[in-house]
Design a protein around this ligand. Structure first.
Ligand SMILES: Cc1cc2nc3c(=O)[nH]c(=O)nc-3n(C[C@H](O)[C@H](O)[C@H](O)COP(=O)(O)OP(=O)(O)OC[C@H]3O[C@@H](n4cnc5c(N)ncnc54)[C@H](O)[C@@H]3O)c2cc1C
Length: 384
């Protein structure tokens, strides 16, 4: 096999996590870093494509709300400064659902957050502020003033640009076929040749089980269907800042729904957060499911007061689920030369610049300067 030489650090996967880690390594002056990507940067086969993602502080788990402070006050501003462009577009967030249900966890965490940032609204106030939603008896609502839209595809492009400017080599159309950890340095075998590396960072999204069989059971790839809908109302009322980012949480499997204003594409984005029920093959290029899209439209009919005029478009995207929806940000249990970022469970993008920092620091020093991570480190290990 052709030798592609030796590196200090090899990152596998140029999705938002691989690129954020590369940017963080470049910021720390680490040289001899190569990213291996099987497709092109910005492709639509994994989890990081599309115009927009939600960012928020409202969370069902306090540690994520705490890490969001680091993201919002440190890492996103640093990235926007380096990139010379706005990537976070603030707007209010509306988080609601039956008080007696899984939404209670959001309410409990919100109690511990700054009330000027995340505040509980009574139903009448919520209805007034968010006229597009249908609030029912027993519903609770949080307004999140730290929320917004992340320009997702522009973030991926900016990170790739900054990583390359920082000396990181990005090899696209380069699929990793096997990793040989029995050697030091390790061997990484690809469809274009073999690389040797001191350190390895795996950020391969839904392909993690295929590349690291020992954690295949800890993660489940699930394809998501996402719709873009034209609602009955003035076009500008579907856009920032009038139309919020939103999450609705109700009891039952797959009981979470979410959406965003029209941003970078026409129609408001809406989808069901599918976290259970099947395991999909990321190498299989299936289209969005008509049944799932119809289910989303039926939900909009239930909870959005502005009628759906038509579905503008649809797309698919992959979640990599862990059993408790916690990220895996960890060194390989049997080999500290290998660092793994996986299982972002459909909520990783907003924290990617921080997760990239944690992965870079774990690879270099074995520990992170992100205090919320270190205090809850066990929560981010590979769960058996
Ligand atoms: C529908 C949907 C909505 C979402 N909404 C939100 C949201 O509102 N807010 C939020 O914070 N998060 C959200 N997320 C989650 C977020 O988008 C993901 O957590 C994040 O994009 C994961 O990025 P990644 O880099 O880990 O994975 P990916 O983007 O999948 O990147 C992995 C990369 O590894 C490459 N790769 C894999 N195997 C190999 C190999 N053998 N050789 C070489 N390359 C390889 C792949 O080609 C791919 O480019 C959403 C996700 C989806 C799917």
């Amino acid at each position: 096999m052709v030798s592609l030489g030796r590196r200090d650090v090899v990152i596998i996967g140029a999705g938002v996590h691989g690129l954020a880690t590369a940017w963080q390594l470049a910021r720390r002056g680490v040289r001899s870093v190569t990213i291996l990507e099987q497709f092109e940067v910005g492709h639509a086969r994994g989890s990081s494509h599309g115009a927009a993602r939600i960012t928020r502080s409202s969370y069902a788990s306090l540690v994520y709300a705490q890490m969001m402070r680091t993201a919002r006050l440190e890492e996103w501003p640093a990235l926007e400064k380096d990139a010379g462009e706005q990537l976070i577009h603030p707007c209010e967030g509306c988080f609601f659902g039956p008080e007696k249900g899984p939404f209670a966890e959001y309410l409990a965490v919100a109690e511990r957050l700054d009330r000027t940032e995340v505040e509980r609204l009574d139903r009448a106030t919520a209805q007034q502020r968010f006229p597009m939603f249908r609030f029912e008896e027993g519903d609770a609502c949080l307004i999140d003033r730290t929320a917004g839209v992340v320009a997702a595809d522009r973030t991926v492009a900016a990170l790739a640009r900054l990583a390359a400017a920082g000396g990181v080599e990005i090899l696209t159309s380069t699929r990793v076929l096997a990793i040989d950890r029995s050697r030091d340095p390790m061997d990484v075998h690809t469809n274009r040749g073999r690389l040797e590396t001191e350190k390895l960072i795996l950020t391969v999204g839904p392909w993690i089980g295929a590349l690291v069989p020992e954690i295949a059971l800890a993660t489940t790839p699930i394809r998501q269907s996402v719709g873009y809908f034209e609602l009955d109302g003035a076009p500008q009322s579907m856009e920032l800042p009038q139309f919020p980012v939103w999450v609705y949480s109700e009891p039952g499997p797959n009981g979470l729904w979410y959406g965003l204003p029209a941003f970078g594409t026409s129609g408001v984005k809406a989808a069901q957060h599918r976290t259970a029920g099947r395991r999909d093959d990321p190498d299989d290029e299936a289209a969005a499911s008509e049944a799932e899209l119809a289910h989303i439209e039926a939900f909009l009919g239930r909870r959005i007061r502005w009628a759906v005029k038509r579905r503008v478009s649809a797309e698919t995207c992959f979640y990599t689920m862990t059993a408790n929806e916690d990220y895996i940000l960890a060194q390989h249990p049997g080999d500290p030369r290998v660092t793994i970022g996986a299982g972002f469970s459909g909520h990783g993008f907003k924290l990617a610049p921080v997760s990239g920092r944690i992965l870079a620091e774990l690879a270099l020093d074995g520990r992170s300067t992100v205090s919320a991570y270190e205090q809850h480190r066990a929560q981010f290990q590979i769960q058996k």
